[in-house]
Design a binder for this molecule. Sequence first.
Ligand code: HEC
Ligand code: HEC
Length: 510
Amino acid sequence: MSHAQHRKSSLPILFVAMAAAVVLAAATSGCAPTMSNPAEYAERPISAEAGLEYFSKTGGGDPYATGMAYPVFLALMDIFPDELGKDFPTFEEKFGFYPPPEAKGDPRAVPVGFHVTTDPNSSVPWLVGNCTICHSERLRLPGGDVMVLGMGNKRVRPHEYQNALIRIGLAQNLSDDAVLGAATRHAREQHLIWPELMRGPIVRATLNGLRAYARQRRAELPMWKDAVPGRMATIESFALAVNRFQKEQIKLAPNVGWAKVPDIRSFPFRETFSYDGSGFGSPQALVLEADFLLGARPEWYISHPHIATSMYLFLKGFTRKLPYPGQIDADLAVHGKTAFEKTCAHCHGHYVDHDGEMRVSYKEQVIPKEIVGTDPARVDAVTPSFVSVSNSIPLTRGYTAVRNTGGYVPPVLLDVWARGVLGHAGQWPSIAAMAQPEAERPKTFIVDTEGDYDLTRIGVHYEASPERPLHKGEYFYDGGKPGYHVTGHTFLSDLPAEERRAVMEYLKTI
Ligand code: HEC
Ligand code: HEC
């Protein structure tokens, strides 16, 4: 099977179809090995602990399809500093990745969500991604910064990153010689293994892969101009990936269905996948689809079946302790619990504190978009054509399927105090904003991703404001744009002011 065919069979089940380090390179060309099998992914007993490692450290694997030779990546940063940043701190700033706290500012440390493995075929260090590129968030709290595993990254810009890679793939000055020279210099400076016989073929295969990827996707460059940090066009990305490889083309909806990266804290209580419950079927296969996000090939999972199963066990048992770090008015919270039970619990579940551990009684349901009243673009993105084409893909048939549910699933609200921005599109910067009557909610606001978490309004650091020049770390949110509307969900804002305050106080305790 040629390399192109490998890709062909893998892409249709990409969940979001954003290849992180995108490069479709085999280590060498011709009849050299097409699979790289580093030690971290070797067969081991299935467990949630192993799943945690895949999720947060090593990623799901398949380095040749999901990653890039580390010296080549360093070379690309050198040659395209405007696209990628000249070093990891600027790279992180550009795309909303976080520096690893344990690196204490070392500019050579790879960002959270990235992992350097070793390709056993060439001994070359290889950069791959993991789920925490998106599913891990830094909170700036009074006691200091904390990295919260599983929380949606609220400033990550996956479409920007993808566009940068596309532009590099199309660049006139992307030359094998220049990359080879810079990669070799980096390898020497950092004492990286970079064997003389392998260098040329690795660089050539990587850049050819990148060029092919860029040619295929150049039409996507203008499509994500309305992307806001922390949000993705999930359904559309999937659809485009499918379209490239199928005769029958998926017809997209007129508006992009923006989705913020969710907190995975709800996963153990869920039966389906996604904000709208559109993905259903074998839960293990659904997790696996999320993993194909990084571009892994089906052959990889056929030879490494333990990975998706362990990942599923980890997600299914996911829990964390993240107590609200500010003052809580206990009496007010008790009052709020009563109101919550009356007004909110039939959708969001009941929460019982059992010796400091929250027990949840929750039954998943879809609330029709007409009733919840929030922006319909994300659910409408699942067009009839999307449903029929996705469900006819042979590889996933009988395992997973999609449907248009017509509404959104009420999220489980554990740790909701830390989740701002809220709503499926991150359309509310804080719980205080969602508690305001629709007409009074901030429609345009500026989020400071470097700012302290707002424990009073319970949300991100933001300023309700029209567009103005932005400072470093800020972005502008325009709720006037389709997909980003701030309306709907008036359940909280319809309560009398006193009860609103009480419910908000209660939300800090769950
Ligand atoms: C590029 C960012 C990105 C990466 C990387 C990523 N995800 Fe996600 N994930 C998302 C977005 C965005 C959604 C929301 C999808 C939707 O409903 O439209 C999501 C949804 C999910 C959900 C559903 C949560 C729920 O309760 O409905 C799970 C579970 C999940 N991802 C797991 C994973 C796993 C496992 C990995 C690693 C293999 C991963 N994700 C990698 C962006 C990402
Ligand atoms: C009829 C069902 C229903 C009721 C009642 C309801 N909600 Fe919701 N809630 C939803 C749905 C559906 C969403 C997701 C909407 C979206 O993302 O577009 C949601 C979203 C939320 C969110 C955002 C969560 C997140 O992770 O971003 C919060 C907070 C919330 N609701 C609080 C409340 C409170 C407090 C009450 C009671 C005052 C309440 N809800 C009543 C259905 C409901």
